[in-house]
Design a protein around this ligand. Structure first.
Ligand SMILES: O=C[C@H](O)[C@H](O)COP(=O)(O)O
Ligand SMILES: C=C(OP(=O)(O)O)C(=O)O
Length: 369
């Protein structure tokens, strides 16, 4: 019998639990893979720069770009090295943040990301997944890139959040009290997606809830179940990702969403996701949406100045490939196993266009003032 597994047979609880596999405490993993002084400076300066863009103090365009999910850390770092070069090249106009998503919310079932199943085979070596995610975040940070991730499990942030400069709560969890509470205690700016049906209201409510102090159940650094008290996150914002009612990236939707935020006393500047329901998850369409967003930004109108950032799903190879954890087969290097991504060359071209749009937005604002 596996000594780390507790089996319950004579009980009224845990009747459908097949296993408990204890995990190392966050402090143990952090001691093994520590945050160096240099990395802490990269993470903190990334957070400050993102805040400045969200608040309109820095007039660059935030671009959160990278694979839909990291399933192969080597390919992910290969991508990150290319992105780090592009980020330097466009640093006057763009604040480029690496999308490094390790937790995937599924519509029904499917591979739930590197933390949940790092070997992609249904073995659910979550301890190994947390190690792999942390090691990836350290390597990406060492390239000088600020990193973005989605927070899905309420416990996992304790293992990795010190290495993250921007966080997202996905469309399927924005309405969840558990996720709003979690955000209230996170140390970085966090965006809430609109709902999968296109509803903005749940994201506006989420921003308000997460900016308030909260008390809830969680774990501390030693892994002890704890009452967690938070002070509230002042850096929440909205992400428009489209919905079943249609896309919401055009100037009309951006202006209306921004006005709703302002009416609630929330940050009127927002992020637009070119992927998901804004592109129908079609990577060719995503490239077109990104170009339409660049045209909107470049126009220098009021709605253009409400767009603080853009999200893109991009990897080395375009599209996506099927993966079945119950029957894993060989995979194409550098291609997504979740949503379809734009290939590297297309993505590099889009970064050029977005940089030019951000540059042209500046004089438009100066002359309209
Ligand atoms: O980006 C990720 C996906 O859109 C999300 O996790 C849902 O994926 P699914 O509908 O394939 O489960
Ligand atoms: C799951 C994602 O997006 P959404 O929550 O918008 O579906 C994602 O960005 O990976």
């Amino acid at each position: 019998m596996n000594l780390t597994t507790t089996q319950h047979s004579q009980s009224t609880s845990d009747l459908r639990v097949s296993e408990f596999r204890p995990l190392p405490a966050p402090a143990g993993l952090m001691a093994e893979l520590p945050l160096s002084e240099d990395l802490a400076a990269t993470v903190s300066s990334g957070r400050d720069a993102i805040r400045a863009v969200l608040d309109g103090v820095d007039d660059r365009l935030l671009v959160i770009v990278g694979p839909c999910s990291i399933h192969d850390p080597e390919a992910g770092l290969d991508y990150a090295r290319r992105l780090a070069e592009a980020a330097r090249e466009h640093s006057q106009d763009l604040l480029v943040v690496l999308r490094a998503y390790f937790e995937k919310p599924r519509t029904t079932v499917g591979w739930k990301g590197l933390i949940n199943d790092p070997h992609l085979d249904g073995s659910h070596d979550i301890a190994g997944g947390l190690f792999a995610a942390r090691r990836f975040l350290i390597a990406a940070g060492e390239l000088g890139l600020p990193v973005a991730t989605e927070f899905l499990e309420p416990i996992s942030p304790q293992y990795v959040a010190d290495l993250v400069s921007w966080g997202a709560i996905g469309a399927r969890t924005t309405e969840s009290q558990v996720h709003r509470q979690l955000v209230s205690g996170l140390s970085m700016p966090v965006g809430f997606k609109n709902g999968t049906d296109g509803s903005l209201q749940i994201a506006l409510d989420a921003c308000a809830a997460a900016s308030a102090p909260q008390s809830f159940l969680g774990i501390d650094g030693e892994g002890r179940a704890s009452m967690v008290g938070t002070s509230g996150n002042p850096d929440t914002h909205l992400i428009l990702r489209g919905g079943s009612s249609g896309p919401n990236y055009d100037a009309g939707h951006v202006a209306a969403a921004s006005a709703s935020l302002a009416a609630k006393g929330l940050n009127p500047r927002l992020i637009v996701d070119a992927s998901h329901a804004n592109s129908g998850k079609d990577h060719h369409r995503q490239a077109k949406v990104a170009l339409e967003l660049a045209a909107q930004i470049e126009s220098g109108t009021d709605s253009a100045h409400r767009i603080a950032g853009v999200m893109l799903e991009s990897f080395l190879v375009g599209g996506a490939q099927a993966h079945d954890s119950t029957n894993p087969g060989p995979l194409t290097y550098g291609q997504s196993i979740t949503d379809a991504c734009m290939d590297w060359d297309t993505s590099a071209g889009i970064l050029e266009v977005l940089a030019s749009a951000a540059r042209r937005r500046r004089p438009a604002r100066e002359s309209s003032n």
